[in-house]
Design a protein around this ligand. Structure first.
Ligand code: ZN
Length: 334
């Protein structure tokens, strides 16, 4: 399904990279219930959800669902339903990960449709995204992205393994407990890794409200990183969910549809609006962040997000790091 900037869709031609994705999406669909999560797919995943995701409570009603080193998704609870902001890489079943902590039925809101934010969409019945998103789904979810991501992860694991072997032979620069976080290469080789095209059930526009029950999220369209990128503002709680609009380190504004000048305008708008609302120039954010550690390792490396701020000393429930950005930002109040 080729998509164009103008929003037109074409049929599935023989060279269409998403033909296979669409065909496989029709296989194995089922429906089962797990707590408050209605799963609409019975596919197998390359990694075990309870090992792959790290779910931590930031405060009552707010959980970070981390794929450390990759993407942070958020489970935002109201009295009637929970919004799952983004669904990650699709390497493990995110519905299983959130099931123990979801106090109400969950649905998906996508910050944008880059593949690493929509990988688990197919597990949920209801999905909301910006009205521009459908025309960018093809560009964001190409199999080439997954192949490049997988090749990079495989090469990093191979490099680490060789370094570790050499170090254990006599240098001892690596501590005895230090190891690389597991990458499910074997599971991917056996089961494949696919991301089915996300299908919206509601299209959002700037200023729209997402009602969760005693909690309202306002949509702020923040194009630049991606044309369809949105932030969600919980004004009553004083939290901005900024995702790829705000994180530490170099910003990734080079994908198809990215525009640095537009990104800067979105950042300016957020600063102006939030400063006006909070009466200060700072506003707490909860976002998928990229660490200084990772960005210094390679500015060309694909998404490497890890909570990084150092302002709090107590440990984060998501990543066990002291004072991580997720904990600091989401628990700060202006
Ligand atoms: Zn993105």
């Amino acid at each position: 399904m080729a998509a164009t900037r103008g929003g037109g869709r074409e049929g599935h031609g023989p060279d269409d990279p998403r033909r296979g994705l669409v065909a496989r999406a029709a296989v194995g669909r089922g429906r089962r219930r797990s707590g408050t999560i209605t799963e609409v797919s019975s596919r197998s995943f390359a990694a075990d959800a309870r090992e792959w995701f790290q779910v931590g409570e930031i405060e009552p009603g707010l959980h970070v669902v981390a794929e450390p080193g990759h993407v942070l998704s958020w489970l935002i609870a109201g009295s009637e339903r929970c919004a799952l902001l983004d669904t990650g890489l699709g390497l493990a079943d995110i519905s299983t990960a959130i099931s123990p902590v979801a106090a109400a039925p969950a649905f998906v809101v996508n910050s944008h449709v880059h593949f690493d934010h929509v990988g688990g969409n197919e597990l949920f019945e209801h999905t909301e995204m910006h009205e521009l998103a459908p025309q960018w789904i093809e560009a964001g979810c190409r199999e080439a992205h997954l192949r490049a991501y997988r090749e990079l992860a495989d090469s990093m694991n191979e490099s680490w393994s060789r370094f570790e072997r050499a170090d254990r032979d006599g240098w001892f620069m690596i501590g005895p407990d230090e190891t690389m976080r597991a990458w499910p290469g074997r599971g991917i080789a056996e089961l494949g890794w696919r991301i089915d095209p996300p299908r919206p059930t509601r299209l959002l526009a700037d200023g729209d409200a997402i009602e969760l029950g005693e909690r309202t999220l306002r949509v702020i369209h923040t194009p630049g990183h991606a044309p369809d990128h949105i932030c969600l503002l919980d004004e009553a709680a004083g939290i901005l969910f900024a995702q790829d609009q705000a994180y530490h380190g170099p910003h990734l504004i080079y994908e198809e549809g990215s525009d640095p000048a537009v990104f800067a305008r979105s950042a300016r708008r957020l600063a102006d609006e939030l400063a006006g609302r909070s009466g200060s120039s700072t506003w707490p954010t909860a976002c998928g962040r990229r660490s200084r550690r990772a960005s210094s390792a390679s500015s060309r490396t694909r998404r490497r997000r890890w909570p990084a701020a150092r302002r709090r000393s107590r440990r984060c429930g998501a990543c066990s790091e002291s004072g991580c950005a997720a904990q600091t930002s989401a628990t700060s109040r202006s």
